[in-house]
Design a protein around this ligand. Structure first.
Ligand code: PLP
Length: 355
């Protein structure tokens, strides 16, 4: 994909940079932001001209719909710097299309490619010093949209704000992740908003995840809301299960977020002859496989951590430990994907887009 140069974005530069105050070796994920942000408002049925300006808080009316009715969506992506100091995005068109799918589901206006893609290009180009070289370093990108129209009447807003903020990140290691398989709470339901990257999906997960934390587990594996018999997602990541030498991941549905990491891992597996199936994994199948030793791995997949191995799971209050294996599929496939992202391996799929 070719990124267009654009004069359609106004830039107001910060007077000074915060970059010298940042300890890039000790970053807490998502807590430090770069000098600038992109802002673009939707009003009177159309998008205004985007502006990049110094990162700062802003005022919104207390009756803004985002506070009362939760019209809020986001994306999560990363920029990488290679050894030649070139900066790259990974499949940004996928994030762009998914963002607009989320917008449609939440009765919000779609953004244009000029705003989303050219906006990304322009702000990341301006902040390229914040993208550090070296394994595990990246710039986490958070495009989002909120309803800023005022009035506590329950209908869609007529005014919205689209923004892009950027946060330098180190490789994200969640530690040893133990999970509980959900048998009561659900992340998403048929016909619901589980396939949208909507802020409320996260709010709804916090309480059941807190209950899991109190029992010593880091995350919840979500199951289908109707029967709680099928594995769907792991926390805020898609989930992969390895039984013998086959990787299995749930098919995309109303209840499952169409993860870009997930679909990229599937493509890499197919390219490299790893057996991969897109089908539902039953909780019963998982228990049988855990008991007879054919269950080798479970891992989550998503942009922030790329691949997050799970060391054990609890189901109906019984804990099952996963075997410690060498040459795990999780490590292998993560390595293959990150090498493409850092331009250390050939990008046979044409996924990388240069800034
Ligand atoms: C964002 C997200 C994912 C992962 O998507 P990626 O595009 O791979 O980052 C998976 N599940 C949920 C619920 C998500 O919100």
């Amino acid at each position: 994909m070719i990124l267009k140069n654009t004069s359609e974005i106004d830039i107001v530069r910060a007077n000074s940079t915060k970059i010298n105050d940042v300890d890039f070796e000790n970053l807490t994920f998502g807590s430090v932001f770069t000098d600038h942000m992109l802002v673009c408002d939707f009003k009177d049925g159309k998008w205004e001209k985007p502006v990049i300006k110094p990162y700062e808080p802003f005022l919104i009316d207390p009756s803004a719909k985002v506070f009362h009715y939760g019209q809020a969506i986001f994306e999560g992506m990363k920029a990488y710097k290679d050894e030649n100091d070139d900066v790259w995005l990974f499949r940004p068109d996928e994030n762009f299309h998914r963002f607009n799918k989320s917008a449609i589901r939440m009765a919000m206006p779609e953004v244009t490619e000029e705003i989303f893609i050219d906006g990304l290009k322009t702000i990341i180009d301006l902040e390229r010093d914040w993208v550090k070289k070296g394994d595990g370093n990246s710039l986490y990108i958070r495009p989002f949209m909120i309803a800023i129209g005022s009035g506590v009447i329950a209908n869609p807003s007529t005014q919205y704000r689209f923004m892009i903020i950027l946060s330098p990140a180190r490789s994200y290691f969640a530690g040893e992740v133990k999970v509980i398989i959900a048998d009561h709470y659900s992340r998403a339901a048929n016909g619901g908003i589980g396939a949208a990257k909507a802020a409320g999906n996260y709010a709804g997960q916090f309480y059941p995840t807190k209950l899991a934390n109190e029992k010593g587990f880091q995350q919840v594996i979500w199951t289908d809301d109707a029967t709680h018999t099928k594995l769907e997602e792991a926390g805020t990541m898609n989930v992969f299960v390895r039984i013998n030498d086959t990787l299995i991941t749930a098919p995309i549905s109303d209840r499952i977020l169409d993860g870009i990491t997930r679909k990229s891992l599937i493509d890499i597996a197919k390219r490299d002859g790893i057996k991969i199936e897109e089908r539902s994994v039953l909780v019963d199948e998982l228990l049988t496989a855990a008991k007879n030793g054919s269950l080798k791995e479970i891992f989550g997949a998503g942009t922030a951590a790329v691949v997050s191995p799970i060391v054990g799971f609890s189901c109906q209050d019984v804990y099952y430990e996963l075997p410690k294996i060498e040459n795990s599929f999780a490590n292998d496939i993560k390595d293959k994907l990150t090498k493409i992202q850092y331009k250390q391996a050939e990008d046979t799929f044409g996924w990388m887009v240069k800034i």
